[in-house]
Design a protein around this ligand. Structure first.
Ligand SMILES: N[C@@H](CCC(=O)N[C@@H](CS)C(=O)NCC(=O)O)C(=O)O
Length: 214
């Protein structure tokens, strides 16, 4: 099984696909393609029909898009979604909302794990996105997060979808308190997240456009 990803430091969608594979426990090799280089599109096109990463190749079967990869992993490891129907439905709702929304946050607070952007990026639209994300976290943690530190207690695809947001909140110094702050620290401390962050810190490739921002 091969997972094609972009830079550990910058590629938030790749982080989701990679965390999903790790959570499944399945063995996989990682092929990392440097983004924003002259040959990036050509490199990605060798594997991914959408021209985007992450992309998973399992014995000739190609699965692209982070949410589809997460669902493929959950077929093998159903505990990646909460066990109860109503909780699973809400977990899918907040995961789908992450996947399809928060455009302002993505635009103005790009993931760049190595960089401290201080208080940058706070447009009114970004603040709306942050408020909505905090509301999602608090609601899930209060209603479903009693059996552990994560949104639905145990580490799930919902946490995987929001892990890159946690990286952004750290880089841009987004103020959190109470259960939302505790949640962010728990995500940061998760061993798979720590492994991804270590790879980002060790990565040599740089994208000047993102590094100059702020
Ligand atoms: N909806 C897709 C988004 C994937 C995406 O936009 N990936 C970016 C990297 S984070 C990409 O492949 N960009 C291509 C490029 O930079 O050439 C997913 O969930 O996987």
């Amino acid at each position: 099984m091969k997972l094609i990803i972009g830079d550990y430091n910058y590629s938030s969608w790749s982080m989701r696909g990679w965390l999903a594979l790790k959570a499944s426990g399945m063995a996989f090799d990682t092929i990392c393609i440097a983004l924003r280089e002259p040959d990036t599109a050509e490199q990605i096109a060798r594997y991914s029909p959408s021209g985007r990463v992450p992309c998973l190749i399992d014995d000739g079967l190609t699965i692209w898009d982070s949410l589809a990869i997460a669902e493929y992993c959950a077929e093998r490891s159903p505990a990646m979604w909460p066990g109860e129907v109503a909780e699973r439905a809400v977990a899918r709702s907040v995961s789908a909302e992450m996947h399809s929304s928060f455009t302002a946050l993505r635009t103005h607070m790009s993931m760049n794990i190595r960089k401290d952007y201080g208080g940058h990026g706070r447009t009114p639209e970004v603040l709306d996105d942050i408020a909505r994300i905090k509301a999602i976290w608090v609601d899930c943690l209060r209603r479903f997060g009693t059996g552990g530190p994560y949104l639905f207690g145990q580490w799930s695809i919902a946490d995987i979808m929001y892990a890159p947001v946690c990286m952004r909140f750290v880089s841009y110094g987004v103020e959190l308190d109470g259960v939302a702050a505790d949640y962010l620290h728990s995500v940061q401390a998760h061993p798979h997240v720590q492994e991804w962050v270590a790879a980002a810190l060790a990565e040599a490739h740089r994208i000047p456009y993102y590094d100059a921002y702020g």
